[in-house]
Design a protein around this ligand. Sequence first.
Ligand SMILES: Cc1cc2nc3c(=O)[nH]c(=O)nc-3n(C[C@H](O)[C@H](O)[C@H](O)COP(=O)(O)OP(=O)(O)OC[C@H]3O[C@@H](n4cnc5c(N)ncnc54)[C@H](O)[C@@H]3O)c2cc1C
Length: 423
Amino acid sequence: MAREAKRLTAPLDREEWRPMTKRRLVILGGGFAGLRALFRLSEIDDLEIVLVDPRSTSLMKPALPEVALFGKSVEHVRFAIEPVVRRAGARFVHARPIRVLAPERRIEFPDREDLRYDYLLITTGAMKDYDAIPGYREHGHSPCDDAEAPRLARALDQFDGGPITIGSARSEWGRRVEGPSLAAPCEGPVGEVMFMLDEELRHRHIRDRASIRVFSPGREFFEDVGPTVRAALAPEIERCGIRVTSQKSLRAIGHDHVDFEDGESWESALTIVIPPYTGNPLVVASEALGDEKGFVPTDRRMRHLDFPEIFAAGDGTALAMPKLGHIAVHQADIAAAALERDLTGRGEIPDYAPEIFCIMNRGRHDATLILSNHLFGGDIDRAFSSPITRMLKWGFDTLYFHSRGHLPPDFAQRTLVELLSRA
Ligand SMILES: Cc1cc2nc3c(=O)[nH]c(=O)nc-3n(C[C@H](O)[C@H](O)[C@H](O)COP(=O)(O)OP(=O)(O)OC[C@H]3O[C@@H](n4cnc5c(N)ncnc54)[C@H](O)[C@@H]3O)c2cc1C
């Protein structure tokens, strides 16, 4: 009955038609964190949920390296947000807000009336700042979004040999929230791209005409995991003939070279980078919403440090380190539970217990599952490579795509984590 009532109110677009008894939650962003929270909160009675996103599709970023390297269609890594939101009994607003006026609980748009909220959940992700790298637009490539990944695929089609450089630009973080600070937001995509590239070039019989060099701005490559995971990956990197250099900060990309801050230049016929992450422009433009770098400062229950009715989850939070889908979803679960508690007085709020949990493809038939909480002072640091792991990643991506944003059930993941912790 409550769900039916929600459906009836969903298409209404005018502020004054909102029933006074309903409280309104606005979710900004329909990515990993936003959809997870939407699904968790959509059963709450007397709550109107409005999800806002300037994109019409939700993008599965973890599958983008396959678009760039293995010819996967970009249409298989994104799906329309509106039907998903409607099925959850909520309303979708396809628009780009200008700023949040937090003291007034109001969101401003350039071309439609303001949206008021009782609660706000910010899941807008981080911005990939390609333009911060001189020469990127002319000479650089990246697998990081659905415009850049197909562009990289086209560059690879034309690649016929020469030195290839892959790495992350250095990102800067704010200081308001305590936690680990990494030089790169997440080096998993770099690892994935270098291994997949090695396989692809062998497949095309041109591996002997190309070199692959990787740079990392961190003290060590894969700074976010512990020594056991790094030791497990080292022989694979060596076997593929990939050279890795750490503590290299990218300065600029030229048409046949890459420049670093220490004055060194590498020859490079193809340069693939993860650009610096910065705070979302909306957060930057909204007074008092972000920290000094535009990331949303929250406590460990994902509540904004200054505005108790604002929550945040995912890459756009100051707490999310590294910027990883698994952490975004964990934070979304906590934010949803905290919101439910505020709204209904019911439910347990899970503890914030971040961990690195991801599957890194190493080709078409192999992948490494990584589970590590070393960065957060824990003692788990495991890597497990096998074709079965590759199938798990394929299964995860397929489920997420065909179920339109749903993840495997919690018990499946818990069992996997337990098995891996004991292995
Ligand atoms: C190439 C690549 C590979 C990756 N591989 C993995 C992996 O294998 N495993 C893993 O766990 N993680 C991986 N990640 C990281 C993972 O994709 C992110 O951590 C995750 O997407 C973060 O989710 P999010 O919801 O915070 O942000 P996003 O997924 O970025 O979603 C943010 C949403 O907010 C919307 N938005 C932006 N601005 C506004 C605004 N002003 N108002 C409203 N909405 C807005 C965006 O359009 C978007 O839909 C990878 C990332 C990349 C780039």
